[in-house]
Design a protein. Structure first.
Length: 64
């Protein structure tokens, strides 16, 4: 049972997330040859203040 986890910053629309889920699902089924119901996809969203690059939060880097 493949489990795909996507970590990303918050702020995407529900439509964007649904499209991503559909595309990821289709790719896993096609490339791994598993059944539709075998694929689990988890989206983990973080606030910009909780994600950092180069010692600074994304919120800081964006000027917020």
């Amino acid at each position: 049972m493949p489990i795909v986890t996507v970590q990303m910053l918050e702020g995407r629309s529900d439509a964007q997330k649904e499209a991503l889920i559909a595309d990821l699902h289709d790719a896993v089924v096609r490339h791994l040859g598993v059944a539709d119901q075998a694929v689990t996809i988890v989206l983990q969203e973080s606030e910009a203040a909780n994600w950092a690059v180069g010692g600074k939060s994304i919120r800081q880097l964006r000027g917020g």
